[in-house]
Design a protein around this ligand. Structure first.
Ligand SMILES: [Mg+2]
Length: 191
């Protein structure tokens, strides 16, 4: 089988929740503690907007959020150790995101959270902080918000296919396991 190639990139930018970490338990527990039933919980949104939708105060949600329930997906730690330059672009709240990174012991070159964006996440400020162009980056995410952020910035996008909730469309690049991100960053198209 021939390997389809793309230009190698310099920095891999990751979404956090649902991409590098499985935070479902932490997110669900916080919503449940705030009185939100399980069937109303969805993922990948800006916290303030989601709190608005559900009638919950952001501070109450953050007080109920326990980052110790967050775990990295299998293979993520090993991939990050080998990936070279990497960054975070996440809709997570600006106070919860850095705390979670600290707990995981992760030190991305740049990590921007909801307070850095106007509305939903944008790659442009992340690329700017990294000092690179969109062509030099690869964005890895698990939701359509991520896909749109990559499209808006003109950045290559790979689905975090190890999260069973991802919904790629035919022709999209999908990494079935974190280690495949290393191949993608090296110039292999995951189609
Ligand atoms: Mg996500």
């Amino acid at each position: 089988m021939s390997v389809v190639t793309a230009p190698a990139i310099d920095v891999v930018v990751f979404d956090l929740d649902g991409t590098l970490v499985d935070s479902d338990r932490a997110l669900d527990a916080a919503w449940l503690a705030c009185g939100v039933p399980l069937d109303r919980i969805t993922y990948g949104h800006v916290l303030a907007a989601e709190c608005d939708r559900l009638g919950i105060a952001v501070d109450d949600y953050l007080a109920a959020y326990d980052p110790s329930l967050v775990v990295s997906f299998p293979g993520v730690e090993e991939m990050l150790a080998d990936v070279g330059r990497w960054a975070i672009c996440s809709n997570k709240h600006g106070s919860a995101g850095p705390a979670e990174l600290a707990q995981l012991g992760w030190t991305p070159e740049v990590a921007l959270f909801a307070d850095a964006f106007v509305g939903s996440k944008e790659l442009a400020p992340v690329l700017h902080a990294l000092g690179i162009t969109a062509e030099q980056a690869l964005f890895v995410g698990d939701t359509l918000h991520d896909r749109h952020a990559a499209d808006d910035a003109g950045c290559r996008f790979v689905w975090a296919g190890w999260n069973p909730r991802v919904g790629p469309t035919p022709g999209d690049e999908v990494a079935q396991e974190p280690a495949q991100i290393l191949a993608a960053a090296g110039g292999q198209l995951l189609v």
